[in-house]
Unconditional design. Sequence first.
Length: 386
Amino acid sequence: MKDVGLFRPKGRRLFRLKGTVLTQFSEEDNTTEKWSSDLWGTQVIVNPKLREITLQAADKKIIVCALTDADYENWSNALLRATGTAFKMFYELGKQVGAGAYGQVFEGRNLQTNERVAIKSIEKSRASQKELKYIQRESAILTRVSHPHVVRTYDVFDMGNTYLFVMEYMSGGELFDKIAEAKFFSEAQAADVMKQLMSGVQYLHQLGVVHRDIKPENILCVDNSWPVQIRLTDFGLSNVMDVTNTKDQLVSYVGTPNYYAPEVFLHQKYGFPVDIFSSGVVLYIMLSGKFPFWGKTESEYWERLKKGVRFPPKQWERVSSAAKNLITHMLDLDPARRPTCSEVLEHQWFSLVANQGGETETSLDMHDLSRIHSKRREDDPNAMLE
């Protein structure tokens, strides 16, 4: 939540709410902090007649009163959202539209704007302590990010046994299914998606966020129109690095098979370049409908990975050398030699594609991603192309 300004209740106590943190300032200069408190999970009691709001925490009780009805309306809503406990005051839960390891995804409605939203429900009892830590980290990241190519999270609610993530509704589904239906993308289509993806990943890296699970299933489409507009989603495996400390690195062995960067696979320390690698895998898939390093087992995957990326003529003879050059650099086995997001976006391939006028091609090869639809992953999450 953005700053909503200073609150001047009776007694001229001055407050500022930022995110979930409420801060009281000195009455003398309005800038010196007296105390701050994280409101997450705090009970909020509202009294519209008196324009009174009570915050009841385990160790503190705060009663404040708004000067006007408008102030009361704004602050009561803001404080209720900040505590993450008042879901039914803002949203209506609709039909289930998906399911995952820890819960379900529902269609929902914003009761104030009537806007359609997606609501991800995560049951705490189905997650281990380590997984709950990932979920809490995801919540912290989601409330920080705001970018045109990252799925927007409106609210996060802690309902006791369940977390509810309220996000923008993406009617176009997964990029995975778009590729499966098309068999592969033209260079113009792939370039358009890659520019959007790199823009979102660049923004995350500037915040210190490493996504660690970039794949077509975690890239959602705004709708079914073309050119497709995409948003990056699912920050369940993400982590945060200190962008001011070049020695700060991650060590956890996380991600999705066949998208692992070699440094993750080898249990080495790693950082932002792992997202460049997995984005390079996505680009390879978009242009060919196949994985660059396919393996039914981890050992088989490693044997193909360590040989470096290859471009079989059957799928790649129609693709420009500039596209192959970019993919080769993004999939470099040495993370130090991979380009940054800005370097990817500056690659000549994008300008060459734009100058060609965006001509498209179709495929008659049925041995591609169209063999694997999203529904098949429900039965076999490791189903991939041979």
